[in-house]
Design a protein around this ligand. Structure first.
Ligand SMILES: Cc1cc2nc3c(=O)[nH]c(=O)nc-3n(C[C@H](O)[C@H](O)[C@H](O)COP(=O)(O)OP(=O)(O)OC[C@H]3O[C@@H](n4cnc5c(N)ncnc54)[C@H](O)[C@@H]3O)c2cc1C
Length: 417
């Protein structure tokens, strides 16, 4: 069996995994990132969620301030320099979002990882985790027909599902049920240049069609992904009423069901909505958008009360600014806001394993309750937890780790000048 060594192994190349990899590589560490699918970006590109949320403070008065590290600012600036969208949009109640094109984000992530000397293994899946004396000493991955062994100094689980904890037999944070899944698909040939009026006509037509055809109520909330309408094409988001479980097979089934639903619903829409008369489906994105699954258990579990009270912590390594956003099975979205111009801190202990000394977490896999992760899962926050986990995982002593956490906290609060 081929054997590889790495200082930091990252599992999952979503937005959090890529941020973690870049942060660790900048500390001159040998970094390896393992990704199950054949592309980088996770939900951000494979489900094409289309907008970056949680990257700005909520504000009613001024141009929004970016939240987080200078890493987040540089990341967003570089991404916008490659994109058509150059500035964030006021989305709702003082919340700002940045639209992006999935293919640009995907190639940008690839460029950044390669520029930082990170070894990328796509179509590779972690299947076994061995531990010795409270540390991970070996990972087994399958890559194509081959099995490889990896000997890591530190592991950051950015799988969005606590896969490393699962394989190591550790407790994870499960929820009785998860938020509804949505599927995004691209439509071309639209005869509208206003997202507002397109959304109004979609809503009107779907309300009627849902009643007439006995479709799930959640289909009424079919909508345009904000900022995606351009050049006669737009991304549409449809939400499914089905319960999301921890069993992968169910979610694959749901994806197939999702495709069929879209193909069933769309012809009716083209008849009912004037601006869709000559429209067609260009693409149903490859990954069903599942908002959260199980999380890893860290030394601290972020709570709903931490989020809503904008709790500050000395060991805070990320600032969450997005409300608690939950997608119900009827397609409705509930939002629980906190004060504008404020945010809650995520302590480093949400990123550090409760049990294993060299295991860390980032992104939607951090140690948080169901309610708390409904805020902390957005990409602006994933950029920060990814970056912080990458830095913390490079420290080889507990004193070094404490110093790093203090530095990260200082940069969050005062900038890095
Ligand atoms: C429908 C939907 C709409 C959303 N809308 C927005 C939005 O508008 N704005 C926003 O900011 N956020 C949005 N989000 C949330 C956001 O997209 C995600 O929470 C965020 O992208 C998560 O990033 P991540 O890196 O933590 O995880 P993911 O993006 O899930 O990445 C995890 C990666 O790990 C890989 N992986 C999993 N298991 C293994 C394994 N065993 N071995 C190797 N690799 C593995 C996966 O293939 C994947 O690439 C939305 C989410 C959904 C589902």
């Amino acid at each position: 069996m081929i054997s590889l060594e790495a200082d930091v192994v990252i599992v999952g190349a979503g937005i959090a995994g890529c941020s973690a990899a870049i942060a660790a590589a900048k500390e001159n560490k040998k970094v390896l990132i393992i990704e199950k699918s054949d592309a980088l970006g996770g939900n951000a590109t494979q489900s094409n969620v289309g907008t970056i949320c949680g990257a700005y403070y909520r504000t009613f008065f001024e141009y929004p301030r970016i939240v987080g590290y200078s890493f987040s600012t540089a990341f967003l600036n570089k991404l916008t320099s490659l994109s058509v969208e150059k500035a964030p949009k006021n989305y709702h109640k003082g919340l700002y979002i940045l639209s992006y094109e999935w293919s640009i984000l995907q190639s940008f992530l690839e460029m950044e990882l390669l520029a930082n000397g990170i070894r990328i293994m796509k179509s590779s899946e972690i299947i076994r985790v061995d531990t010795k004396m409270n540390s991970i000493n070996r990972l087994i991955i399958t890559s194509g027909q081959e099995s490889l062994e990896i000997l890591p100094k530190a592991v950051i689980d950015c799988s969005g599902n606590g896969i490393v904890s699962q394989l190591a037999g550790l407790e994870r944070i499960a929820s009785p049920s998860y938020q509804s899944a949505s599927q995004i698909f691209r439509v071309r040939g639209l005869l509208s240049d206003s997202e507002f009026s397109l959304n109004m006509s979609l809503k009107k037509a779907m309300s009627m069609l849902v009643k007439k055809n006995n479709w799930p109520l959640s289909f009424t909330y079919l909508s345009v992904v904000p900022g995606s309408l351009k050049n006669k094409q737009a991304d549409f988001k449809i939400t499914f009423p089905d319960t999301i479980t921890d069993f992968d097979g169910t979610n694959n089934e749901l994806y197939l069901k999702g495709r069929t639903s879209i193909e069933t619903v769309f012809p009716f829409l083209t008849e009912e909505v004037e601006s869709l008369r000559s429209a067609s489906i260009e693409n149903i994105f490859p990954k069903l958008g599942i908002r959260t699954l199980q999380r890893s258990k860290g030394k601290y579990i972020l709570t709903e009360s931490d989020v809503l009270s904008c709790k500050k912590m000395e060991s805070g390594i990320a600032i969450g600014t997005w409300p608690i956003e939950e997608w119900q099975s009827d397609g409705n979205v509930s939002m629980e806001y906190f004060e504008p111009d404020d945010g809650y801190m995520i302590p480093a202990d949400c990123l550090i394993s409760f049990t294993l000394d060299n295991l860390y977490f980032a992104g939607k896999n951090i140690s948080a309750t169901t309610k708390a992760i409904a805020s902390a899962r957005v990409m602006g926050t994933c950029l920060q937890t990814g970056y912080a986990a990458g830095k913390i995982a490079t420290c080889e002593t507990s004193d070094g780790q404490k110093e790093m956490i203090a530095l990260l906290n200082k940069e969050l609060l005062f900038g890095n000048e």
